[in-house]
Design a protein around this ligand. Structure first.
Ligand code: HEC
Length: 708
């Protein structure tokens, strides 16, 4: 009897489960998958945050979920696996169907979980720094799409590492999506000096990434249901003084004029990144030449990895004609690993996809991108009716085919160097295969050659790039740098002067020319150059250091001191400024000031000059043991400096360590034997050591040199 009763009970329970209710099954599903957009003030046109609303929309909810129109989610299941996937499972779809089939019952309202709250406040609490546009941006009433780039100067005084960012571009009904791009050189603002506050139109923008190897590292993307972007541990991104954040936005006019006030909240990490990812891009836009009516136009690209990487995130991008997007890797063993597959691309739903788990691709894997485009009248998203021939371009009616990947090298260094360098090199060489005159590829390869001490190859690549762009200030500046490193200062000056003539607002050209002039002893010119540079980049400390050095060289000590003090105030670890200040103090006989500045400098890095100066100060104060220790350190750091050996020899002499003194002075003479006084000193030291014959020999060398 007992058995039968239990069986009956189980049967009633399971029949209840077949009739889902709002309070029991549907509300949790909707709260988890829909209300991020479907809430008052959210991106979707109506809320689904309570039973009455859900009931009203229930029929359509079933239709749009079954067709997978909602929630918006482009990637095909089974071809890559993503964190924060919005895709509903077949069971969840069945649940919604069953709920609607039973008349969308509420169930027991007291059992309904409370809906999530959506705040207009900062989700992670008050940010460490809020960047805001200087005045609200006006969005016209008319039109379907507005593409606008707002520039928010970074406003940091020292380098900060950003562990999280919240983008508040404006109402999600108005702002469709937004990207944050770091403009390391404030290039967009310089291009638009008078009107940058109003925003710069354009769907995609190109920024100048500067002369040092500093690849983009993070995909900073906002869509209407975005939470704050929290970066993985150890992987914050860097924001330097003088950087701008560019908010690249897609806006949808609402029919009436509107204003938005874009804001970005930044949260600082307590320590710099220890893992350095980079972005790689596959594309072949030059091949985008899509005949009108062609429904299957294919563009492909590939990249073979010279190093093993973990793929962390992927951002596929095309405009309105893009249809099918494939991204996969072929491993050295021939197997294929899917990164993403999108069968029906929709730019309105573009997003960044973070992988659920890093995808390990061994060295030698080849990443493939294969996009197909539909330029027929049958493509409902085609901006042209009838279709027209379409090429690559930044306007929304042009096309693009980009596949961005965020990758983290498995080994952070290769042969002691940043592992991202070989990746960048492989990527740029692949670009040159597509277009041997590609100026970006030539420039980036040249920069790497400059950094790795191959200025002649750099010069060659840059000359190639200048063929097609003879007036490019950036190429000319890099060429100037290459000449300088080759020890050809006159050619360097010429190239840098040409760079300034091409664009007198390009700060790097001003800086490099001033530095070359400083090295050449043209101190007044260098001073003027550093002043020009500081007018363009007031917060750059290297500019203050350079100006200080140019002033010091002209014996304008007080002015020089001011420049170095400005630099140290902004960055207490500015080695050059600390060292230069110390030498000014030492000249003024302020020995304790000089000592503490040198100690700070040496805490930043080991340096022969700083050790030597500290040694001299200690000797002057009579602290011979310390003096000798610092001078020994200077000698070990730079054993080829004859003067250091001589200083050390004198110090040993003073404490009567004669054999050491003699050995040190002989080392000095092995480097440079041309000065009589050095031989005289050796003679004196040999005398101290008690070797009269050797002393006599040294004195006669000195006499011979003097007689010349
Ligand atoms: C990322 C934001 C987002 C999410 C998540 C989302 N929606 Fe939507 N939904 C929208 C937007 C925006 C619209 C209106 C424009 C459109 O059709 O894309 C919309 C429209 C709808 C419509 C009306 C469709 C029509 O044809 O008028 C329904 C019904 C709907 N959503 C249901 C859902 C359900 C159910 C879920 C969760 C399972 C969901 N949505 C998740 C953004 C979202």
């Amino acid at each position: 009897m007992m058995r039968l009763l239990l069986f009956l009970l189980a049967a009633t329970l399971s029949s209840q489960a077949a009739e889902p209710t709002w309070s029991h099954e549907i509300a949790p599903l909707v709260y988890a998958h829909c209300t991020a957009c479907h809430h008052a003030g959210g991106a979707a046109p109506f809320p689904l945050t309570n039973y009455a609303d859900a009931k009203r929309w229930s029929g359509l909810m079933q239709t749009v979920t079954s067709s997978r129109y909602m929630p918006p989610w482009l990637p095909e299941p089974g071809y890559g696996s993503f964190a924060d996937s919005r895709r509903l499972s077949d069971e969840q779809l069945a649940l919604i169907r069953a709920w609607v089939a039973h008349g969308a019952p509420e169930g027991d309202p007291s059992q309904t979980p409370s809906p999530p709250t959506y705040t207009s406040e900062w989700q992670l609490g008050p940010p460490d720094l809020v960047l805001e546009v200087s005045s609200p941006t006006e969005i016209p009433a008319q039109g379907t799409d507005v593409f606008l780039n707002l520039i928010l100067p970074g406003e940091v005084k020292t380098t900060r590492w950003i562990r999280a960012m919240e983008i508040k571009p404006g109402s999600p009904r108005l702002v469709h999506h937004a990207n944050v791009i770091i403009d390391r050189t404030a290039s967009l603002r310089r291009l638009h000096p008078n009107d940058w506050q109003n925003g710069i139109p354009g769907m995609d923008i190109a920024l100048d990434s500067g002369t040092t190897f500093d690849p983009d590292s993070h995909l900073l993307f906002w869509k209407s249901d975005s939470l704050a972007l929290v970066e993985p541990k150890d992987m914050p991104w860097r924001l330097d003084p003088g950087n701008d954040l560019v908010l690249n936005m897609h806006l949808k006019p609402t029919g009436k004029p509107e204003k938005i006030t874009a804001r970005i909240g930044l949260y600082f990490a307590s320590a710099p990144a220890t893992k350095l990812p980079m972005l790689l891009e596959l594309e072949h836009d030059a091949a985008l030449d899509i005949p009108a009516g062609d429904a299957h136009f294919v563009v492909e690209d590939k990249l073979t990895l010279p190093e093993a990487v973990d793929v962390l995130a992927v951002y596929p991008h095309a405009h309105y004609l893009g249809k099918e997007m494939q991204a996969y890797a072929v491993l050295p063993d021939g197997s294929r690993k899917w990164i993403i597959l999108i069968n029906d691309w929709d730019i309105e739903r573009q997003a960044i996809y973070r992988l659920a788990a890093p995808l390990r691709l061994p060295r030698g894997s080849t990443i493939h991108m294969r996009y197909s485009y539909d330029n027929s009248a049958g493509n409902v998203r085609n901006p042209h009716n009838p279709p027209v021939r379409v090429h690559a371009g930044n306007r929304s009616e042009d096309e693009m085919g980009h596949l961005w990947l965020q990758v983290l090298p498995v080994d952070s260094t290769v042969d002691g160097k940043d592992a991202r360098l070989p990746l960048e090199r492989a990527w740029m060489q692949e670009k040159l295969l597509k277009d041997p005159a590609d100026p970006t590829a030539l420039y980036n390869l040249a920069s790497m050659d400059l950094d790795s001490g191959h200025p002649a190859t750099a010069e060659n690549l840059l000359s190639r790039a200048l063929h097609s762009r003879p007036q490019d200030a950036r190429l000319l500046t890099a060429l100037g740098l290459a000449y300088d490193r080759e020890g050809r200062p006159q050619q360097a000056e010429n190239a840098l002067t040409a760079a300034i003539a091409a664009d007198h607002t390009y700060p790097d050209a001003q800086f490099d020319l001033a530095r070359v002039q400083l090295d050449e002893g043209a101190f007044a010119k260098a001073e003027a150059g550093f002043r020009n540079y500081l007018a363009l980049s007031p917060s750059d400390l290297a500019g203050h250091d350079g100006l200080g050095s140019a002033l010091l060289a002209q014996s304008r000590t007080a002015e020089a001191k001011q420049e170095f003090e400005t630099a140290v105030a902004a960055n207490p670890k500015d080695f050059d400024a600390l060292y230069n200040l110390a030498s000014i103090e030492a000249d003024a006989n302020e020995m304790s000031q000089a000592t503490s500045l040198l100690e700070s400098a040496l805490a930043v890095r080991k340096d022969a000059d700083a050790e030597r100066l500290l040694g001299l100060i200690k000797a002057k104060q009579g602290a011979m043991a310390e003096a000798i220790a610092h001078m020994q350190a200077a000698r070990d750091l730079n054993p080829k400096d004859a003067a250091t050996h001589t200083y050390l020899a004198r110090m040993y002499g003073q404490v009567q360590r004669w054999p050491n003194a003699v050995a040190e002075q002989k080392a000095a003479l092995a480097i440079d034997a041309s000065h009589a006084e050095d031989w005289t000193l050796l003679g004196q030291l040999e005398q101290g050591a008690g070797d009269a014959a050797a002393a006599q020999q040294a004195f006669s060398k000195a006499a011979a040199l003097q007689a010349r």
